[in-house]
Design a protein around this ligand. Sequence first.
Ligand code: M6R
Length: 366
Amino acid sequence: EKGGYDHFMLKEIHEQPDVIKDTYRGRMIVNEGIVKMSSIDDHLEKFLNADRIIIVACGTSWHAGLVAEYIFEDLARIPVEVEYASEFRYRNPIITPKDVVIAISQSGETADTLAAIKLAKENGAFVYGVCNVVGSSIARETNSGAYTHAGPEIGVASTKAFTTQITVLALIALKLASEKGSISKSELHQKLAELESVPSKIEETLKVDDHVKYISSVYKDAANFLYLGRGYNFPVALEGALKLKEISYIHAEGYPAAEMKHGPIALIDEQMPVVVIATKKGHYEKIVSNIQEIKSRSGKIIAIVTEGDKDVRALADHVIEVPETSEALSPLVNTIPLQLLSYHIAVMRGCNVDQPRNLAKSVTVE
Ligand code: M6R
C-alpha cells in the first residue's frame, strides 16, 4: 500500500510528478496555447466581471491560495484576497454578487471552509471549489469547480494536494488571462509549456534527497527554524515551516524575507537554522542581501538555489540545487526540498510522520 516507501508521506512526495500531469492532462493544449476548463467556460462572465476574487481555505490549502494570489494578480490582473476561512466567516465580511469566491480544500470536508462557502452563497457570491476528494461536501456545496487529481492523500501532512492545487489555480489564472487578453498568445503558449515541464523538473529535484537527508542529520535537534522567501516563494516559506512543525514538532516560522529586519532578526544566532528560498527568478539580489544579514549574525543558512548558482553558494552553509523554473511556477519545484527536509527530520526524531500527534486528516470541527 505504501508502494515500497516507509511512509505514505514519502510516497506522496514522490507521486508529485505523476499527479501534476494527471491534474493538467486534458486541461491544456500546449501547442495551440489553449486552456480547456469547462467549469470556467460555463461561468466565464462571472469571472470576467468579478470585482475581485476571494480565496478561502485553511492550512496548506490557504498557502496554495496565497500562491494563487500572486499568479492571478500578476497574469490575469484580477484583484485577489486570501482569507483564512475561520476568520472570514466570523468577521461579518463584505460579500457581494460581484465577488467570486474560490474555496480550496483537499478533503472537501473542512468545517470552516464549508461554513465560509455557505456564507458567501447566502450573500450572492459565485462560489468555485478546488477540491481533491470527489463528491466531498465542499465539492457539492460550490456552484462550480475543478478537482485536483492528486489521488488519495493519506499522510496528514499535505504534499501532493498542495502542488496539484497550485497546478489547477495556475491553469485558471492562465485561462482568465487569455480570455481577458492580459497576456499575449505567445506568453500563454510559453507558460503552458513551462507548466508541462514542471513534472520532469520535480523528478530532477527529488534527486536531492540524499543531500537533504544529510542536512537533516545536522539540524534535527534544533529547537527553532526560520523559513524565508519573497514574492511567489513567500507562501512556500510558510508551507515549509508548517510542514516542519506538524510532523517534527520543531517550532518553525515562515516570513517574507524583508520582514526580518522588523523583528525576527533578533532571534538569529549560531543556533538558528534559516531556510531561504533563493532561486534565480524573482527577487534574487534582494534575497542575497537578506542572506548577508543572517550570515553577519551567525545564523546557519540552508538555501534553495537554482542550479549553477554562485553568489548564494558563497554565503550559505548548505545549498540545495533545483532546476531553473519561471518565477510563477517555481513554488511547485521549490516546495519539494522543504517537504523532504521536514520528512527526514521527523523520521530522525522518531516522530509518527503519517499521523502526527493532535492532528486529523480532515478537520471537521470548528
Ligand atoms: O482538507 P483541507 O485542504 O481543507 O485541509 C486544510 C488543512 O487542515 C490542511 O491543509 C492542514 O493544514 C494540513 N495538515 C497541512 O499539512
